[in-house]
Design a protein around this ligand. Structure first.
Ligand code: GLA
Length: 384
């Protein structure tokens, strides 16, 4: 047996302690940061995430007990449910049960399983811990039933679990990034067609966690989705033909009498989608995303989409001027969570994080977390 990393080992050991034998498979999937293209996935445009170094590991085997058991090193209670017909429990294992439900929707009759989970993806930090859990569970189950599905289908199933079973109105970015990411590459997702392309991304990313926690279910995210749907409806009512908000023609703001905040929301979406296109061509040409694009993205999220916080603004401002930082912005949904800063030099990014830490602590009374990562791989089957 080859156990790749400490977290793989933690999942396998937790499995053995609980179920009395080693698992048949350990599958893992990463968290993600989005380089640019925020709040664009559910508006039909382009996004550009990478997988980060932190991953969720799921150790698993089939069970003949007539029920599925799942324990997580991060959560107290053990989940027990029928994988063939999972109920929604309102508890953390709904993310796991939802994946078994999605397999059933895809026509697969599942056996029962024993599962143990270990993750080093921080929770509620905007780094997609739930997507990494769903994708890792989907990959483990897929491996145990003879691998009928490819990674793209597993991303679909994980997305379906989160949006339809758990009931979070997210877009497709997180599950797609977690399943399909590649080492050294950013993943360009055209969210209207779900087509993907890889764009070389050789740099480092400093992730700065404000440690302000948010919950996507708290309503602000859903409110933005509703506002975007209303902005699209306004455009159509005014005779503007567009398949979605992200692809609206740029003269739309002269043609449609948006009220506020719908006009601001639409401006963000149309502008941010174009910035992704610019970022991708710059990356392909030079290996870098221009600082001005990252800055414009953050400003747009702050002023037009209204999803930044004083902590995120402070950190983005402070880190941007540090030596070795080639640009910064908030990443993920916002309303707390993380910012990213890009650079080519590992030591410089560590030094930049250390330089801003005391100022942040004295201003906000909380210590920021920081990690440096590179674009990592998506699903991995650690051991079969
Ligand atoms: C959350 C959602 C994603 C995406 C981002 C914002 O992470 O889960 O689908 O909408 O917010 O870009």
């Amino acid at each position: 047996m080859t156990l790749g990393t400490t977290t793989t080992m933690r999942a396998a050991t937790a499995f053995k302690q609980r179920y009395g034998r080693m698992p048949d498979v350990v599958a893992s999937a990463p968290g993600r940061v989005n380089l640019i293209g925020e709040h664009i996935d559910y508006n039909g445009g382009d996004v550009l995430p990478i997988a980060i170094g932190q991953r969720t590991h799921v150790a698993a085997m089939r069970s003949s007990l007539g029920k599925t058991r799942v324990r997580s090193l991060g959560a107290g209670a053990e989940g027990i449910f029928d994988a063939e017909n999972p109920p929604k429990a309102g508890d953390w294992w709904d993310y796991v049960a939802g994946v078994t439900w999605a397999f059933k929707q895809a026509g697969k009759t599942l056996p029962q399983f024993d599962l143990a989970i270990a993750s080093d993806v921080p929770q509620s930090a905007g780094l997609s811990s739930s997507a990494s859990l769903e994708v890792a569970v989907a990959a483990a189950i897929n491996a145990l039933i003879g691998a009928p599905f490819d990674a793209r289908k597993l991303a679909d199933l994980a997305f379906q679990a989160e949006s339809e079973f758990v009931g979070v109105a997210c877009g497709i970015m997180d599950q797609f990034a977690s399943a399909l990411a590649r080492e050294g590459q950013a993943l360009l997702i055209h969210c209207d067609s779900r087509a993907t392309e890889y764009v070389p991304f050789p740099g480092y990313v400093l992730i700065l966690d404000t440690t302000v926690r948010r919950d996507l279910r708290n309503g602000a995210f859903n409110e933005r989705r509703r506002e975007c749907a209303m902005a699209l409806a306004w455009m159509r009512a005014a005779g503007v033909h567009t398949p979605d908000l992200a692809h609206a023609p740029s003269d739309v703001f002269r043609r449609v009498p948006f009220g506020e905040p719908l006009g601001s929301r639409a401006r963000h979406v149309v502008g941010e989608h174009l910035r992704v296109t610019e970022a991708v061509s710059a990356l392909r040409d030079s290996g870098h995303i221009p600082r001005t694009l990252l800055q414009a993205s953050h400003e747009s999220l702050r002023t037009l989409y209204d999803c930044s916080t004083p902590e995120l603004d402070w950190i983005v401002d402070a880190i941007s001027t540090q030596p070795g930082v080639s640009g910064a912005r908030l990443t993920g949904a916002g309303w707390g969570g993380c910012a990213i800063a890009l650079g080519d030099n590992l030591e410089a990014l560590h030094a930049a994080a250390a330089a801003v830490r005391p100022g942040y602590e004295s201003k906000f009374g909380r210590a920021p977390e920081a990690w440096v990562t590179r674009a990592g791989p998506g699903i991995q089957i650690e051991q079969v």
